[in-house]
Write a protein that binds this ligand. Structure first.
Ligand SMILES: Nc1ncnc2c1ncn2[C@@H]1O[C@H](COP(=O)(O)OP(=O)(O)OP(=O)(O)O)[C@@H](O)[C@H]1O
Length: 260
């Protein structure tokens, strides 16, 4: 473990990936939902992959709780960080319950490493299924689910691992309005329990209404970072997305009007 870095933070410092990320630094806080927004190709997924340790940057470092992520054992990383990749497909045709059960695998006991027992594992799976409203389809094969149901099952798998950090890449992509709200509410509930959540979203209204902090990326850089009303100001909407937009309504119920 190296140090000088504060604990209970997930932090990218000076991260570079050729043609994808240019000297990006971002420190996520626990107990908060951070939305990462930006146009297609801005570097959002690349940044998320770097923050999980799945992509090793050409330059810069990622720190987790005072230690360098790249030096951590895979199992420790998997216990700490729950990653929901973009457009998740499921390679094997498992039942929903078995899929969600994969989320607790990093916690299973292994030689020289204590873990949780079978009953506790089952309880975590049940809790995650219930949170994502999947109990009624727990025994269905994943191949029979709709895109939105599968997206909820994949998030339930992440929740079952009870990670300290949840990094979700476009989890709203296949969800109807109601389940999108349910999912964002589930992520906010995780944040209230102390989990640090970063979620890539294209729906700026969702980011505006559900995130405590918004990070805007453009061409491989962070160009705005702060409370939603500041990071998604009309000037930023114009500079980054090239639209003239204004926010109507009030906190928690903002709507975006686009005029050109
Ligand atoms: N494996 C790869 N090899 C080379 N270039 C890549 C790779 N993956 C992504 N890129 C490029 O890196 C840039 C950033 O991609 P990234 O997927 O991080 O963007 P994004 O903001 O998540 O986009 P989107 O909203 O379209 O999902 C894009 O120009 C993309 O074409």
């Amino acid at each position: 473990m190296s140090s000088g870095q504060p604990r209970d933070e997930l932090s990218a410092q000076g991260v570079q990936v050729a043609g994808r990320l240019a000297d990006v630094s971002l420190t996520l806080a626990p107990a908060q939902v951070t939305a990462i927004c930006g146009p297609n190709g801005a570097g959002k997924s690349t940044l998320l992959a770097a923050l999980t340790g799945l992509l090793v940057p050409q330059d810069g470092r990622v720190w987790l709780n005072g230690g360098e992520l790249a030096q951590m054992a895979d199992r420790d990383r998997a216990r700490a960080i729950g990653y929901l990749p973009q457009a998740g497909e499921v390679a094997w045709d498992l039942s929903v319950r078995a899929l969600v059960g994969l989320g607790v695998m990093p916690w299973a006991a292994a030689p020289l490493r204590p873990g949780i027992g079978v009953a506790e594992q089952a309880a975590r799976v049940d809790s995650a299924l219930a949170t994502m409203d999947l109990m009624a389809m727990a025994d269905r094969a994943v191949s029979t689910l709709s895109g939105g149901e599968r997206a909820r099952a994949l998030l339930a798998r992440v929740l079952a691992g009870q990670p300290r950090w949840i990094l979700a890449d476009e989890p709203l992509a296949h969800l109807d309005l109601s389940h999108a709200r349910t999912l964002m509410a589930a992520l906010r509930a995780q944040a209230r329990r102390g989990v640090g959540v970063a979620v890539v979203v294209h729906d700026l209204t969702m980011a505006m209404n559900h995130a405590a902090r918004v990070v805007v990326m453009h061409e491989g850089r962070i160009v705005a970072d702060g409370p939603p009303v500041e990071a998604l100001s009309p000037d930023v909407l114009h500079e980054v997305w090239g639209v003239r937009g204004r926010w109507l309504g009030d906190v928690g119920e903002w709507a975006l009007a686009i005029s050109g």
